[in-house]
Design a protein around this ligand. Structure first.
Ligand code: ARG
Length: 462
């Protein structure tokens, strides 16, 4: 492609070192879509004739057909997807193919392709996030009555509904979907027409190309447009954060399936055995997700590091953006898919959870609150219940079994009605403020998520 200036062939080591076709071939459909739109613009500007335009369309179509049938030979000596396709086109249709690269550089071409890739994949990822939210909501609806201990410091804290715990992840995923949707605004801008860095003396109708390719607008600085990979960093961040949420859910599930917790079990289809210990049923999907999240962080760090020292505009370093991008996209898509399936197949051991939640100490805060409602300052109430807890531990008597006379030794404010707060059902039902886990609140949240997620699905199908 640059043989004019050179007397020697590229060293084969340099070819191997610099080729990107082994991974950027994946951009072929976007590259072809971009070329078709560019050819339209060339025809409108009368750089190519209608007949040449038709030949380009036909040639690109045959190339796409061959690629998809596995009949296209990618050549490492042609370096990347852009040159492979252009060279095949010229071979197939002759001179018209050689005109296609007019007023275009690989710099704005690769920026276009990667924006198209990011756009398509971001939409797919948002859809998969929604699927997982649906799986969590459905699982919550099925197990609406289950009360479990909520934890801080991995110590039992206060009673919550199991569904409330699940809905916490639905909220996280909602923020992930919102972040991805917001990133689309910056992804969906057309860079084509920026040329190598300074546009072109041949002025094409960029707004026309943008509309043709479904972009919301065009970039306004050619130098920024070919140097910008912010949208990739942003997408990799949104993916890394989604991965972090899945990783936390993984950790919860890993604990819950252990013999020590025994709260849930996973379907055989989503666990693996041990080659040595016959009794084992391991939560590998969750562990892998926790592990792969490290790679998602690595990919984000990789792109940020690649970009930080680059002077304007395009530098070949930027070719290193693709592997981390592809890896993060592939990884999160598969993780979201397998999680939705795994959650749908998860079953709850309601008795074990209930038993864990029946730890009377979970109601210590409720006892303190009872004193507060009788007019006592919270700090004083906290101290009294602290002493009562020590008494309960020392005597081996649970809160509900301590006689009223003994309660009154800790504070004369106590009366028989204190025993009413000492049931789990009372404890959760009393947590009625917005965002708290009373059964009525959680039921309302579950239904509202179910409705929102169903309408999201209807919209995405349209
Ligand atoms: N394969 C290249 C990349 O991914 C395409 C752009 C090449 N541009 C150049 N001036 N060498 O970055």
């Amino acid at each position: 492609m640059w043989k004019g200036r050179f007397q020697k062939d590229t060293s084969s080591l340099v070819q191997r070192y610099g080729e990107s076709i082994s991974f950027d071939w994946r951009l072929y459909a976007h590259d072809i879509a971009g070329s078709r739109a560019h050819a339209e613009a060339l025809a409108r500007a009368k750089i190519i004739t209608r007949a040449e335009l038709a030949a380009i369309h036909k040639g690109l179509k045959s190339i796409q057909t061959d690629i998809e049938a596995g009949n296209f030979e990618w050549k490492a000596e042609l370096e990347d997807v852009h040159m492979n396709i252009e060279s095949a086109l010229t071979q197939r249709i002759g001179a018209a193919g050689a005109k296609l690269h007019t007023a275009r550089s690989r710099n704005d071409q690769v920026a276009l392709d990667s924006r198209l890739y990011c756009r398509t994949e971001t939409h797919t990822i948002i859809g998969l996030v929604r699927n997982l939210q649906r799986a969590l909501t459905t699982h919550g609806l099925k197990n609406q009555a289950v009360i479990m201990p909520g934890y801080t410091h991995l110590q039992r804290g206060q009673p919550v509904l199991y569904a409330h715990h699940l809905l916490a992840y639905v909220e996280m995923l909602e923020r992930d979907a919102a972040r991805l949707t917001d990133a689309l605004k910056r992804i969906n801008v057309l860079p084509l027409g920026s040329g190598a860095l300074a546009g072109s003396t041949i002025c094409l109708d960029r707004e026309f190309v943008a509309a043709h390719l479904g972009f919301d607008g065009v970039t306004h600085n050619s130098m920024d447009a070919v140097a910008d990979r912010d949208y990739i960093a942003e997408l990799l961040f949104a993916i890394a954060l989604t991965g972090m949420h899945l990783s936390r859910l993984s950790e919860d599930i890993i604990l819950w399936v252990s013999a020590e917790f025994g709260f849930v079990s996973l379907s055989d289809a989503h666990t693996t055995g041990s080659s040595l210990m016959p009794q084992k049923k391991n939560p590998d999907v969750a562990e892998l997700t926790r592990g792969k999240t490290g790679r998602l962080y690595g990919n984000l760090t990789s792109i940020l590091t690649t970009l930080k020292g680059l002077p304007l505009t395009y530098n070949r370093d930027m070719q290193e953006d693709k592997e981390p991008l592809f890896d993060s996209v592939d990884t999160i898509k598969l993780a979201l898919e397998v999680f939705a399936e795994m959650i749908a197949g998860m079953s709850v051991n309601a008795e074990r959870i209930r038993a864990a939640a029946s730890d009377p100490f979970l109601l210590a805060t409720d006892l303190a609150d009872w004193l507060v409602l009788k007019g006592m300052p919270f700090r004083q109430a906290h101290e009294i219940i602290g002493k009562l807890t020590a008494h309960s531990l020392a005597t081996g008597t649970a809160f509900p079994d301590i006689p009223l006379a003994d309660y009154r030794k800790f504070s004369p404010v106590f009366n028989a009605s204190v025993f009413k707060v000492l049931t789990l059902d009372h404890a959760v039902a009393a947590r009625k403020a917005t965002g708290a886990p009373s059964p009525a609140n959680v039921a309302r949240e579950l239904t509202s998520w179910q409705q929102r997620l169903t309408s999201a699905r209807r919209k995405s199908r349209r």
